[in-house]
Design a binder for this molecule. Structure first.
Ligand code: ADP
Ligand code: MG
Length: 352
């Protein structure tokens, strides 16, 4: 889950995710016939394929997410003996909490572990990312896979997507006096894929027009130089100001100033809503109602157009906030949101 730094990861920018205490589990048993079989407790479809015959176009639906890591490893010369995989997940699918990165990271770890060389860190993230972009065919930044692989309890990962360097930042909820909540609007981000690709293209076009390698190198001054269209200028302004806000939150966390973190959340949401235009009525209501109930801050998280918002709140106010947000959704005629507490946990781990 991304604390802040939204739509910056494909612009060589900063992000600040945490691995949350919801898990995707993969039970994996080795086979010796090169066959991959899979079941998921979240999906009815099962699959059975030969690893050697995998092609990106040949697998669709959830099995693509399960087979992708095997294909990537095979492409890299690993000889996989085959496996039976059973998946179960606590992460709501398609809710902006990156169940896709979780399943691919977990399977990448399971398969490499069965092959006797468990991958970790950036290497594991890279397998999961290649799987999503080259096998499943969803272009995405690297953030989700990096945090799934690298997450650590009570810390956030300050990641510079320009060079994949990272640093762990203490993410301390002050011994339980503050709480971080997810508000899952229940709205699947269906619109997102086309819009996501469109935002990426706009950012690339804006960077090209400004003569910089990516919007990471752009400044607010440069954006006003008159070469951008109105839409490009607003999209780019979100990226430039969002990068600043990530740095601001990193400094605030180091100083244990959660009020400042909350204020950056609010400004981030405004920027995503007005400049980047990736919010939705449900996400806006989640943020507004959380703030009205006294939250320190709130913002949409993930790609937008549905999915989840997050909010930072005094622990004593959690029940009030939950009641208030659910009430506001009811009044607006929206479906009931799921509101639950999360904290920063360890990322992918193997158990035998
Ligand atoms: P998000 O990553 O925000 O949850 P995505 O659309 O990127 O949403 O990924 C969701 C897809 O990932 C699902 O539709 C499914 O194909 C696959 N997936 C994720 N978790 C599981 C799981 N536990 N079992 C089967 N498929 C899963
Ligand atoms: Mg995803």
């Amino acid at each position: 889950m991304n604390l802040i730094g939204e739509h910056t990861d494909y612009n060589s920018g900063f992000v600040l995710p945490i691995a949350i205490n919801l898990r995707t589990y993969v039970a994996a048993a080795p086979r010796n016939d090169g066959v991959l079989r899979g079941w998921s407790l979240q999906e009815a479809e099962t699959f059975e394929v030969e690893v050697a015959r995998l092609t990106p176009a040949g697998v669709t639906g959830w099995p693509a997410y399960a087979c992708g890591p095997a294909w990537v490893l095979a492409q890299r010369g690993w000889s996989l003996p085959g496996a039976d995989l059973l998946v179960d997940s606590q992460i709501p699918l398609g809710a902006g909490l990156s169940s896709s990165a979780a399943i691919q990271t977990a399977i990448g770890l399971a398969l490499s572990d069965l092959a006797g060389r468990p991958l970790e860190g950036r290497d594991l993230a890279d397998v999961a990312h290649r799987s999503e972009s080259d096998f499943v065919g969803v272009p995405s930044g690297t953030m989700d896979q990096m945090i799934s692989a690298l997450g650590r309890r009570s810390t956030a990962l300050f990641l510079d997507t320009k060079d994949a360097s990272y640093e762990y930042i203490p993410f301390d909820l002050m011994a339980g006096r503050r709480a971080l909540l997810v508000i899952d609007t229940g709205v699947k981000h269906r619109l997102r894929d086309g819009q996501y690709a469109e935002r990426r293209r706009t950012c690339e076009a804006a960077a090209a027009a400004l003569g910089v390698p990516s919007l990471r190198e752009a400044t607010l001054e440069l954006l006003e130089s008159g070469v951008l269209t109105e839409v490009q200028r607003r999209r780019a302004r979100h990226v430039v100001t969002e990068n600043h806000r990530v740095l601001e939150v990193v400094a605030a966390l180091r100083a244990a100033d959660l009020r400042l973190v909350g204020s950056a959340f609010v400004r981030s949401h405004e920027s995503l809503r007005r400049d980047y235009e990736v919010s939705s009525p449900e996400l806006d209501l989640a943020v507004e109602s959380a703030l009205a109930a006294g939250a320190l801050g709130a913002r949409m998280t993930g790609g937008g157009f549905g999915g989840s918002a997050i909010t930072l709140v005094e622990a004593v106010d959690v029940a009030t906030l939950r009641r208030h947000v659910i009430g506001a959704f009811d009044t607006a005629g929206f479906g009931k949101p799921r509101v639950f507490e999360v904290h920063a946990e360890d990322g992918a781990t193997a158990h035998r």
